[in-house]
Design a protein around this ligand. Structure first.
Ligand code: ZN
Length: 293
């Protein structure tokens, strides 16, 4: 099954939805970052949530999702644009064998924060407690509480616990009420989506987006507004890494040059490797001194 992200509504119920298959997207992230099973599970869940949320973004808007848990996994980050180009990482990529369950990896408390940004300005932002110790539910809670967008979210993954990690399915569903939506109807749908039984069904076999929508049991046909292919995509570049090095002062750059003779920088999101030779560093130092003169 290839990756798909569908956006649409249940017109009579006044509900909008996003539903996706993100197996290829998540597999690309897992392969680049070489996550183990536990970190990879959490990363795939975060990436699938990010793909779902991309449907609500405006032109050139980016959204950064950050879950900071007290357990060994630490921070989980995912960001995306309106084209569902998604990327992310977990602070620790390999937690096993010291950590053996997802609960243990996340620990007892945490925070969820979200920042929206445009090329020229920061948009909305907020932070809430992570009360469920569950990536998907903690994010839905954040959206309802901080952004005041009532949201029901579900993600189902099928990942065998082996190394290297192999993901055979990743499916996600997001539902939000539109103006005029009956409260009781939305709460009923949210209950279905957040029920463990729904997640178990998602994780029992790969499910087509259409099947996922039908599973809600609403007595109307969903209206699909558009379909796109979400992807794992990092927009890092040598120029961007160089601009980060330029933020250091000449002293720090000289330190690097004297200690290591070069600078080596890996992108957290895509593991791309950037190498700056001694000559490159020397040029940066000279430019830095000229800039401060
Ligand atoms: Zn990158």
């Amino acid at each position: 099954m290839r990756d798909r992200l569908l956006r649409g509504t249940f017109p009579s119920s006044n509900l909008r939805f996003a539903v996706c298959e993100t197996r290829e997207l998540c597999s690309e992230g897992l392969a680049r970052l070489k996550s183990d099973w536990i970190a990879g599970w959490l990363l795939s869940e975060a990436l699938t949530c990010a793909a779902l949320l991309s449907v609500g973004l405006k032109d050139e808007e980016r959204l950064s999702l950050r879950w900071a848990y007290s357990g060994p996994v630490g921070t989980i980050l995912a960001d995306m644009n309106e084209k569902a180009q998604v990327r992310g990482f977990t602070q620790r990529l390999r937690l096993m064998p010291g950590v053996s369950t997802l609960d243990e990896a996340m620990g007892g408390s945490g925070k969820v924060s979200v920042v929206s940004s445009f090329p020229d300005r920061v948009g909305q932002m907020g932070i809430t407690e992570a009360v469920f110790q569950d990536i998907t539910r903690d994010l839905a809670h954040f959206l309802s509480l901080s952004f005041q967008i009532e949201t029901a979210l579900a993600v189902g993954l099928i990942i065998r616990p082996e190394d290297p990690i192999h993901l055979s399915s990743a499916t996600g569903l997001l539902l939000q009420p539109l103006p005029g939506c009956d409260n009781a109807l939305f709460n009923g749908v949210r209950e279905i989506v957040e029920h463990q039984g729904f997640r178990d069904w998602l994780e029992a076999a790969p499910r087509m987006p259409e099947e996922v929508l039908a599973r809600l049991g609403l007595k109307e046909t969903p209206s699909i507004l558009n379909e796109i292919t979400p992807s794992y995509s990092c927009h890092c570049s040598r120029e961007k890494v160089e601009s980060v090095l330029r933020m250091l002062d000449a002293e720090e750059l000289r330190d690097m040059l004297e200690k290591d003779g070069h600078a080596e920088i890996n992108c957290h999101f895509c593991a791309e490797h950037y190498w700056f030779s001694g000559t490159d560093l020397q040029t940066l130092i000279e430019q830095c001194q000229a800039g401060h003169a």
